[in-house]
Design a protein around this ligand. Structure first.
Ligand code: TYM
Length: 332
């Protein structure tokens, strides 16, 4: 059986990268797989979160899933802290994963930066919690953006070592699902930096809560170069900002970059940017409107999360029971 698991951190400012790299794919995978989608609040607290903001962001992240088209009847939507199996399995995986493996994680190095000694221990072992998220459901396929690839390789390593150490084929070796024309959306201000929630500049990202005016304003201000667009994707080499905008256009329009350049090749950004704005507003405005509507009805969103947590626990708890037995721990 195929089962999808993926997660998004409720750290505020969900943006176009989260949508095109992940959430939109979550929606599409519902036709064909059993899907479990998690708001990973335990991952969020690996860096400081204001408690009231965290609670609000958790609800907003779930509401974004719903607004984007994840159907809570078909898919399981819940937040991580409600299902104890995640933290419990993560501890066991902390004892399976090797220090050397975690030392190689580029995301830890980026996030901890020069403050390494002052980073939380949680930030360091973040990837074992992520492996626990996925494997508590024995998920087989994990849709993510490009930046999560290394974490998924670690998940495979943990599953493999667990199976090997205990001499049992218990955990599946997961397949990452990284697809679409925008698996790595870059900052609108800097084609070398990923579009990110934590970027200090609001102009660097299009938030899923942005209104039409701010979307248009940010695209107008997006960094570009003076050359016209090329006639094929080969001509985008060395033009990171142009490549990013073409990728965003293609993803939003559900077309290939080639197809977009067949239309816009030879034309300048003065033509391309207004077309991109119009498209982005057409795709994102209905989601923002639905998100606003849902945020005005917090009782409904919370009821989805509570019902989802029950369904999630019904899958994860028996897996954890088996793990306890395999490892020789007391019955749960
Ligand atoms: P997070 O919350 O940073 O991002 C959520 C999803 O959005 C994708 N993404 C992007 N895709 C394209 N371009 C971008 N600029 C961009 N920025 C973010 C991410 O790749 C991700 O798919 N560790 C994860 C959350 C997590 C998880 C899991 C994912 C926890 N447990 C289990 C999968 C399975 C994270 O921090 O994602």
């Amino acid at each position: 059986m195929k089962r999808i698991f993926s997660g998004v951190q409720p750290s505020g400012n969900l943006h176009l990268g989260n949508y095109l790299g992940a959430i939109r794919n979550f929606v599409r995978l519902q036709d064909g797989y059993e899907c479990v989608y998690c708001v990973v609040d335990l991952h969020a607290i690996t860096v400081w979160q204001d408690p009231a903001e965290l609670a609000r962001n958790t609800r907003e992240c779930a509401a974004t899933f719903l607004a984007a088209g994840i159907d809570p009847e078909r898919s399981v939507i819940f937040n991580q802290s409600r299902v104890a199996a995640h933290a419990r399995l993560a501890w066991i995986f902390n004892c399976v994963a090797r220090l050397g493996w975690l030392n190689r994680m580029t995301q830890f190095k980026e996030k901890a930066g020069k403050q390494r000694e002052n980073a939380s221990v949680g930030l360091y072992v973040y990837p074992s919690l992520m492996a626990a998220d996925i494997l508590a459901y024995k998920a087989t396929h994990v849709p993510v953006g490009e930046d999560q690839k290394q974490h998924l390789e670690l998940t495979r390593d943990i599953a493999q070592k667990f199976n090997h150490d205990f001499g049992i084929e218990f955990f599946p070796l997961i397949e990452p699902l990284i697809f679409g024309e925008a698996t790595r959306v870059m900052s609108l201000r800097d084609g070398a930096a990923k579009m990110s929630k934590s970027d200090g500049s609001e102009a660097s990202r299009i938030n899923l809560t942005d209104d039409a005016d701010s979307i248009a304003h940010k695209i107008r201000r997006a960094r570009t170069d003076p050359e016209p667009l090329p006639h094929s994707p080969d001509g985008l080499a060395g033009r990171a900002e142009a490549a990013n905008l073409v990728g965003i256009f293609a993803a939003l329009a559900d077309r290939t970059a080639e197809d977009v350049l067949a239309e816009f090749g030879g034309r300048g950004f003065a033509d391309f940017k207004p077309a991109l704005s119009e498209l982005a507003v057409a795709v994102l405005s209905p989601i923002a409107a639905e998100l606003r509507r849902l945020m005005a009805d917090p009782g409904y969103v919370d009821s989805v999360l509570a019902a989802g947590a029950e369904r999630a626990a019904a899958i994860a708890d028996p897996v954890l029971d088996e793990v306890h037995e395999i490892v020789g721990l007391a019955a749960r």
